[in-house]
Write a protein that binds this ligand. Structure first.
Ligand SMILES: Cc1cc2nc3c(=O)[nH]c(=O)nc-3n(C[C@H](O)[C@H](O)[C@H](O)COP(=O)(O)OP(=O)(O)OC[C@H]3O[C@@H](n4cnc5c(N)ncnc54)[C@H](O)[C@@H]3O)c2cc1C
Length: 447
């Protein structure tokens, strides 16, 4: 049975003798039932050993700069997870509190025989897993269900350029871009205590000053509707329309991908089927750029500080540290969109109001934070804070890599030397005007 899951996706976090108790799938990054390699592995292990499978989610009260906007979206998706598991006769448990304490406690209570979880390159998740596995004496497995080619398989070091990772990915892609087996119903009968989501929503101590967004709707069903709509109306024009912030030319799938409500592998399969030859630009973003971000966070322990920028970028930023800045803004001035630049303010407002800044503007936005901050360190910190707090898809490897690309030359090359930026690639307002109708965008977001 286990042969259906490629062994290279699986990593043993703790080797211990298997105990004769239920297999627990600790769902964390990949919050979906279908197309989930880690859940499939847990299901197969349980079936093989003829023990029940239970699914566990640990709701931590605080997670980086996550606000009510993020928790509301996540809970919306988890409501669906509960129903889908119940339809498959699989008990779903939700515990609240710090994972290092609540998960070992749950595994103990249920007398678990083994635990399986998903893969996440972020430091906080790696730390949680260490703390959870330490006190337990059952085997623990991690399965990469987020990447098409598993992050640890594609490379074993930080890749500073997209082309090196692209080459490695392309060599392996056909081995891993395979069709998913179905996720079958579990035999037997299990009592399921319904989760009181309304109570959870009411009592969660999340920062309520950033409200939920109206669109996109949370959950796997909405994610698949969004994909269907993109295949029908957006994919063909993606290459030309995606860089115009006045058009809805992107797929809008990033929040679903971030919360694991849809699988990147499923998207890639559907996109290839819909347009076998014309989907290159989209797959470059979905596969190469996205997997490059996971690589950046897994193998670069300083992914969220200037120390993690490539050496050439640190050197050039350092050389321009003392350059006079035409404007220097505080974090608060940036946050409240009160800079002198109407385009920057409009982009910031788009993000705070809708939870999604257009992809093209994210680059301009972050580069201007570098230009108008007292130091690269302050700029990077401000960009990450705002990105993580307001973007619905924030707190993601793509966000750390995106901000590091814009401010610290990550995955980029040296350009022409200029004040403040040194050899970091520059972007200007006049450049934006050549690309799209800046005034139309500003008008839309000026009130
Ligand atoms: C400063 C900055 C901050 C960013 N912050 C985030 C973030 O917090 N979360 C996030 O998911 N993305 C982030 N990105 C990457 C990118 O802008 C978004 O993924 C994209 O705009 C999301 O919209 P979409 O799903 O409609 O993308 P589409 O253009 O439709 O692309 C499809 C998918 O490909 C992936 N993708 C696209 N562009 C990139 C990229 N440059 N790098 C990595 N993956 C990419 C995403 O998973 C995206 O959902 C950031 C980029 C920059 C420059």
């Amino acid at each position: 049975m286990l042969s259906r899951i490629d062994e290279r996706r699986i990593r043993t976090l703790k080797a211990a003798p298997l105990r004769n108790g239920p297999v627990v799938y600790w769902m964390s990054r990949d919050q979906r039932i279908d197309d989930n390699w880690s859940l499939l592995f847990a299901r197969q292990m349980a079936a093989e050993r003829k023990v029940p499978l239970h699914v566990l989610f640990c709701l931590a009260p605080f997670f980086k700069d996550a606000t009510w906007r993020h928790y509301a979206f996540m809970i919306g998706g988890l409501r669906e997870v509960e129903t889908a598991l119940s339809d498959r006769n699989i008990p779903f448990h939700l515990v609240r509190g710090d994972p290092d304490f609540r998960i070992p406690e749950f595994l103990d209570q249920i007398q678990a025989g083994a635990c399986v979880t998903d893969f996440d390159p972020l430091r906080i998740k790696i730390e949680w897993k260490k703390q959870v596995t330490e006190p337990t004496d059952i085997p623990f497995y991690e399965v990469d269900a987020h990447n098409i080619v598993p992050c640890r398989v594609v490379s074993d070091k930080v890749e500073y350029a997209a082309f090196t990772l692209r080459k490695k990915l392309n060599r392996r892609l056909s081995e891993f871009l395979t069709v998913f087996p179905p996720f079958e119903k579990q035999d037997g009968h299990f009592r399921h205590d319904p989760i009181d989501w309304d109570e959870i929503e009411k009592t969660l101590p999340a920062d309520r000053s950033v409200p939920p967004v109206k669109q996109p709707q949370p959950g796997a069903a909405a994610a698949h509707r969004m994909l269907k709509n993109f295949l029908k109306t957006g994919l063909k024009q993606y290459e030309t329309d995606r860089n115009d912030p006045n058009r809805d030319g992107q797929s809008n799938l990033s929040s679903y991908l971030h919360f694991g409500q849809i699988s990147a592998q499923r998207i890639a399969l559907e996109v290839q089927a819909a347009d076998p030859t014309g989907s290159f630009a989209f797959l470059e973003e979905l596969i190469v750029r996205r997997e490059l971000s996971d690589n950046c966070c897994l193998f670069n322990p300083d992914y969220d500080s200037v120390a993690g920028f490539p050496p050439w970028a640190r050197k050039t930023l350092d050389a321009h540290r003392k350059d006079p800045r035409e404007y220097v803004y505080s974090k608060n001035t940036f946050e409240t969109a009160r800079t002198h630049d109407p385009l920057w303010n409009a982009a910031q407002k788009q993000m705070t109001v809708t939870g999604k800044m257009h992809g093209y503007l994210r680059m301009y936005w972050a580069k201007k934070i570098l230009e108008w901050s007292a130091s690269p360190e302050e700029a990077f910190e401000t960009a990450l804070y705002l990105n993580d707090r307001y973007e619905l898809d924030g707190r993601d490897p793509n966000g750390y890599a995106g901000c590091a690309w814009s401010i610290g030359g990550m995955h980029d090359r040296p350009w022409v030397n200029r004040p403040v930026f040194g050899m970091i690639r520059y972007m200007s307002l006049s450049g934006c005007r050549r690309k799209f109708d800046v005034n139309a965008f500003v008008d839309r977001w000026s009130n």
